[in-house]
Design a protein around this ligand. Structure first.
Ligand code: 5GP
Length: 177
């Protein structure tokens, strides 16, 4: 099946304004502290790179990344989370912020949060740009959330379909050609 970009869901301006707000909130919550920001590859990289630049300098941020397998080339979740790349550093006794592009069923994040907790960090919080609330299968506490969105497959601003469209500066829905 071939897909094409359909409608714009969130514009560059809307994304930038919300990301700035979240960055400022994180700045207040972690002022004067050290924070390990963990990006979930690859979908979260664009969001994360804008987000961390919106956090004031008095938060001592370090970055780490984790890659998990998710949907492959299809738009249906498998429910299976496989660690493709683990963190480079230890998070023991550290404040950790997991940054994800989108929460759908919640399976990926709930698994990752559980796995992080087993490593005995001081705290773990979750930041997700998009939230498809009505699709949730397992509960996940999303501490910082960008936008609730309807149950539609979206691409752009880091999110892909079959590896494509991550570089688009806004968020779009897709449709069959
Ligand atoms: P969950 O485990 O919450 O069901 O799925 C989370 C992952 O599914 C996200 O990190 C993302 O990779 C993928 N995903 C869920 N919904 C969408 C969507 O609308 N667009 C894209 N590109 N990926 C999605």
């Amino acid at each position: 099946m071939e897909y094409q970009i359909s409608a714009i869901l969130l514009s560059q301006e809307e994304l930038a304004a919300r990301v700035r707000e979240i960055g400022e909130t994180i700045g207040r919550d972690y002022a004067g502290k050290e924070l390990v920001v963990v990006g979930i590859l690859k979908g979260a990289v664009i969001f994360l790179s804008d987000l961390v630049r919106a956090v004031p300098a008095d938060v001592n941020i370090t970055l780490d990344f984790m890659a998990v397998s998710s949907y492959g080339d299809s738009t249906k979740t498998s429910g299976i989370v496989r660690i493709v790349k683990d963190l480079d550093g230890s998070i023991k006794d550290k404040d950790v912020l997991l940054v994800e592009d989108i929460v759908d069923t919640g399976l990926t994040l709930s698994y990752l949060v559980k796995m992080m907790r087993e490593r005995q960090p001081k705290s773990v919080r979750v930041c997700a740009l998009l939230d498809k609330e009505e699709r949730r299968k397992v509960h996940v506490d999303v501490d910082y959330r960008g936008f609730p969105i309807p149950d539609e497959f979206v691409v752009g601003y880091g999110l892909d379909y079959g590896g494509r469209w991550r570089h688009l500066p806004a968020i779009y829905t897709i449709e069959q050609k």
